[in-house]
Design a protein around this ligand. Structure first.
Ligand code: GLA
Length: 747
């Protein structure tokens, strides 16, 4: 049992953590503790010093030391004496937003209820969620607020969502709702977050938390390239392998906000939830509103453990279907190989080359429909361009299948081009404010996913395409953020709901299509990694990490992505040189190393390669397939911080600590500098490991030889030594030089 309900004390226990709440003398729900397990009630930590001139509850008016302005709350609400950032704000019928929530009941559940219309963490194969609801009510306002908790004991993760029920005869309006809210008393933390832009997603940033409010958010109705709904609070001394840290992840793909406040007495409050900007939701009498779910984990042992917890919870309790656990196909995508210039025959040639290389799946990217020979036109007109292909798509797919290859298509369902039959027929289906010029991005508009008619239309259309064409794979793209947020089917006073209704419409479409086609692999994409979040991973078990395929920059993007998201979900490919985003020229081997921590594939035209390069790619694919179980099921360790170390290094260790793969890249070659050292992690200190230098075999006099085709060099070290002193690695004499080592235990 991981849920303990005593009279006034409510504790959630995971293998290594304790999350504790209490009912205070006035019926308010206080947050007592989240962190390392303790053996007692933590209520002695409640601050009872008097803070001058702060508000106190009416019932406690003679006890000036009991102030809502400093108490740690489990769900801080607007008003009622707490002037810090609030996790819930509701405009009541009389116009005020002063909520007074008291505990009504605490209900242990024998199973976890699904979240209607939203992604949520669910029972896994090996572990069930334990669940508990805490029901709060504002008696006078006739509002109930339910905190839904679920506990994944083995995974050390706690999930929470917030539901509001309006029992009032009149309508109320939700103005902010944050499923994650954590109050910490007098602690020093660094905040780690992941910022970026298109082709440069999830850049790591760590900063001390100072007084005031820090806001990490997206108001783009997508989780965004610019920020990710994932925050870590870390003790200033925490690093990869030691120190306390808290991870917080929102399972939502729309606008979000992560707020951190350090208050007047140095307490820290963290909120992660829906972005209150451009959002409010009217709840009529007897209606309910369900927030997205947030996932929380605490690690006493630094970021690696925290990442493992999130990787496991996403793999076991978020992703669904066969592709959550199965091997993934190695694919070749036509985008950087052909862009918009192809016909059926050239795609069949690409398929033949793909098959010869040993890949499993050919993906026909953008350009197969309407008159789509550039990105100015035809989104929405999802009829095959047979004139361009010079054959029906079904025929092309049949031939690809006959080669023994799987076939996939690129789609961008939520978009419409101004120049399209769909827009000409249904201009009201695009998010355009009547009488105003639309805002365009990549010359496209966004369909109104808040309109159920649009969602139904898209479902009929795409289910037919997938069925008729016998697709094995879909790349679901989303290349611009909805703006303006306007729906022609909603009245003026409900336009502030569009941002969330848009996401719900998308989830509805994803749910129906992924449910109907469980054998189709859906890969998410949003101009690369603009919607890389746990909400999307519930539907699409892999996501194209970034449009930046440059191996150097990719290692940094993948570093940031790895903190929360499992490696098996990261779409990463080898592309041609000079790289199309940066013009960098990195060797084929080093590009392979950079693309290895992920689903792997190619984004190039093999016909343009030398014979020897094709031969190398064949070897790479065989090697990757051999390693994929270790990459997907092993524990992942970051061995360097590429934002500080001028090198990226990471490794995978299998669950029995018998096999490991170490990879990385040194960004700068320094002349006459005898190699670099990497300290390994996650091995068994008591085992001996045979290390194979697979990329750059050492010659007898200790220098690498690039042309050396002889057997790779091997050496034996103890796990203890490798994790303490590390190991010297050799690379080629150039910038962005990769390395890799394979380890096998001898015991
Ligand atoms: C986006 C995707 C690319 C490619 C193009 C096609 O940018 O991220 O991978 O599919 O769209 O237009």
């Amino acid at each position: 049992m991981s849920i303990h309900i005593e009279e006034n004390l409510f504790s959630l226990e995971t293998k290594n953590t304790l999350y504790q709440m209490m009912k205070d003398p006035y019926g308010q729900l206080l947050h007592l503790w989240y962190g390392k397990k303790t053996d007692q009630n933590m209520d002695y930590l409640i601050n009872s010093n008097e803070i001058n001139y702060t508000g106190v509850l009416y019932e406690s008016q003679h006890d000036r030391s009991y102030s809502n302005d400093i108490l740690p709350f489990e769900l801080p609400v607007s008003g009622h004496g707490d002037f810090r950032i609030s996790a819930l704000s509701i405009e009541l019928p009389e116009g005020s937003a002063d909520l007074d929530l008291r505990i009504k009941e605490v209900i242990p559940k024998d199973h976890k209820e699904p979240l209607n219309g939203l992604p949520y963490s669910h029972d896994g194969k090996n572990e069930k969620a334990e669940a508990m609801d805490i029901v709060l009510e504002d008696h006078q306002a006739a509002i109930e607020v339910i905190l839904h908790y679920s506990v994944f004991y083995e995974t050390d993760v706690i999930a929470r969502s917030v539901e509001v029920i309006n029992h009032n005869e009149k309508a109320i309006r939700i103005r902010r709702i944050f499923p994650i809210s954590l109050d910490f008393q007098e602690q020093k933390f660094d905040l780690i977050h992941f910022y970026g832009r298109h082709v440069m997603e999830r850049q790591f940033e760590r900063e001390p938390i100072s007084h005031g409010i820090k806001n990490i958010s997206s108001s783009r109705a997508m989780s965004s390239h610019q920020h990710n709904p994932a925050l870590i609070l870390a003790s200033p001394n925490a690093d990869e392998l030691s120190g306390p840290c808290y991870g917080n992840l929102l399972m939502y793909s729309g606008s979000f906000a992560g707020l951190v406040e350090k208050d007047q007495i140095d307490q820290i409050r963290l909120l992660l939830g829906m972005n209150p900007d451009h959002f409010s939701w009217t709840l009529e009498s007897n209606e309910r509103f369900q927030s997205p779910e947030g996932l929380m984990s605490y690690s006493e042992d630094g970021f690696s453990t925290l990442s493992h917890n999130f990787h496991h919870v996403i793999e076991d309790h978020v992703m669904r279907g066969r592709f959550a656990k199965e091997a993934k196909p190695v694919l070749l995508n036509s985008w950087e190989a052909a862009y918009f210039t192809f016909d059926g025959l050239s795609i069949l040639n690409l398929a033949r080359e793909t098959k010869e290389l040993g890949a499993d799946l050919l993906v026909l990217d953008d350009g197969w429909f309407g008159y789509r020979n550039n990105d100015y036109t035809s989104l929405g007109d999802w009829q095959v361009n047979e004139e361009k292909l010079q054959m029906p798509l079904e025929m092309l797919v049949r031939q690809v299948h006959q080669m023994g290859l799987k076939f996939g298509l690129w789609i961008e369902p939520e978009m419409v081009s101004e120049d399209s039959d769909l827009y000409r027929k249904h201009p009201e289906w695009a998010m355009v404010i009547p009488s105003r010029k639309p805002l365009v991005a990549r010359s496209q508009l966004v369909l109104d996913m808040a309109n159920p008619e649009v969602v139904n239309y898209l479902y009929d259309l795409f289910s037919k395409i997938i069925r008729d064409t016998h697709l094995d794979y879909i790349k679901w793209d989303f290349n611009r953020s909805p703006d303006p947020l306007y729906s022609s089917v909603l009245p003026a006073n409900r336009q502030s709901e569009v941002s969330h209704r848009f996401v719900l419409g998308t989830y509805n479409l994803l749910e129906r299509l992924t449910h109907e086609f469980p054998d189709v692999l859906f890969e998410g994409c949003a101009g690369g990694g603009g919607r890389f979040d746990a909400g999307m991973l519930y539907y699409t078990p892999q996501i194209w990490c970034s449009d930046d395929t440059d191996a150097h920059e990719r290692t940094k993007i993948q570093y940031g992505t790895s903190f929360f998201y499992p490696i098996r979900s990261v779409g990463s490919h080898v592309s041609a040189i000079p790289n199309h985003q940066t013009r960098r020229k990195i060797s084929l081997n080093d590009r392979k190393i950079a693309a290895s921590p992920g689903t792997f594939g190619y984004e190039l035209n093999p016909a343009e390669l030398e014979w020897s390069e094709k031969r190398d790619i064949e070897k790479q694919i065989i090697e990757y397939k051999r390693r994929q179980p270790l990459i997907f099921d092993g524990n992942y360790y970051r061995l360097s911080n590429p934002f500080e170390d001028h090198a990226a290094a990471w490794m995978f260790v299998d669950k029995n600590q018998d096999k490991a793969l170490v990879q990385g890249m040194f960004y700068r070659f320094i002349s006459n500098y005898p190699g670099r050292k990497v300290v390994l992690a996650g091995l068994d200190p008591d085992k001996k490991y045979e290390v194979t230098y697979s990329s750059f075999p050492l010659s007898s006099h200790g220098r690498f030889e690039e042309e050396n085709e002889s057997a790779p060099a091997k050496a034996i070290f103890s796990g203890q030594a490798l994790m303490t002193g590390g190991i010297r690695v050799q690379t080629s004499m150039n910038d962005d030089a990769g390395f890799e080592l394979e380890l096998e235990s001898l015991n």
